[in-house]
Design a protein around this ligand. Sequence first.
Ligand SMILES: Cc1ncc(COP(=O)(O)O)c(C=O)c1O
Length: 380
Amino acid sequence: MPAYNSELSQIPMSNYSIHKNLSGAELTIDLNAVEANYSILCSKAQKARVAAVVKADAYGTGMSQVARVLSLAGCKTFFVAHISEGVKLRNLLPDAEIHILNGLLIGTEEAYTVNNLIPVLGSIDEIDRWITFSNKATHLCDLHIDTGMLRLGLPPYEFKILLRDSARLSRLKLNLVISHLASADIQNSPQNIKQLEAFRTVRQLFPEGSSSLANSAGIFLGPEFFGDVVRPGIALYGCNPTPWLSNPMHSVINLKAKIIQCRNASPGETVSYGATYPITKPTTVATVSVGYADGYLRSLSNKGLTNINGIQIPIIGRVTMDTIMVDVSDLPESRRKPGDWVELIGDTISVDALADAAGTIPHEILTNLGNRYHREYLND
Ligand SMILES: Cc1ncc(COP(=O)(O)O)c(C=O)c1O
């Protein structure tokens, strides 16, 4: 196969997917698995409506492709963080209900109505700006109540102000009342019950609109957490919503990179920046075409595992911008040639396991997936 030829130079490269022959690594996203995961979550959520959180480009997997598949699977409600993401999604799905979690940035009011987007209002200030703008309560909005995360949403003292002011309330055309769980993915966290009780109190005082509390992990805490609408993100993308149990979701992504070159190293030498990995025995070092600029986190230095043909291959030395080095001494020469594939995420290394090794959460691994990969979508 030619490394580069005139035919290849004609191939348009989106800023998203590099042509297969020009890329050092390949990311495969299985849209069948996304659809199957949606279906699992629908069964689990019983009568609650299952929305899809597709912010941050569907957690790095590609919002256009993922939202289309979910919409065909029957999903009608979507959440993104930014209004810019909502505008993009509106162009893809003209009929979907689209909620903007980060609320009402100053100056964006008109963009909400023009694009038929629903702001998740999280403070009295946002509520007042929305009322002023949408004068006759003709446009839908959501209310976010903070039940203990101290991030977004009305804190209790603002909620009390709102409750006392029926004139203000009558000028809101409410769709959802939401809150967000801070510790749903931590086994037996007492914060879950505390937040549930706080949310129940809110709903008793304020039963307007539909309710929405559970993220992916919240769906697995039991029916009392469901409310009317659940908002899973990470479980749709195949990661484990119950980290203390085996993963009920189907794996969605596979990431593999090519070996660039191999070298023999001897005791006394060291690998990569900072010389953090000393060679102590004769070792074959392969340099692989992925680095932190591709979202392969630097914290995986000397920690991450890769896999070649079923054999676990450790990362040695620091992850660099464009490459990692792995110890391939256990492999025969025929299985570690330039151009051979090294699995980074897939059947042998889950996103959850990689996140664990990197000291982070799967959300961060996925949303860092870079744009220098060749991307393949299964069932696009
Ligand atoms: C308000 C809100 N709801 C739902 C989600 C989805 O959470 P998860 O990806 O853990 O399912 C998020 C994710 O950050 C969120 O911020």
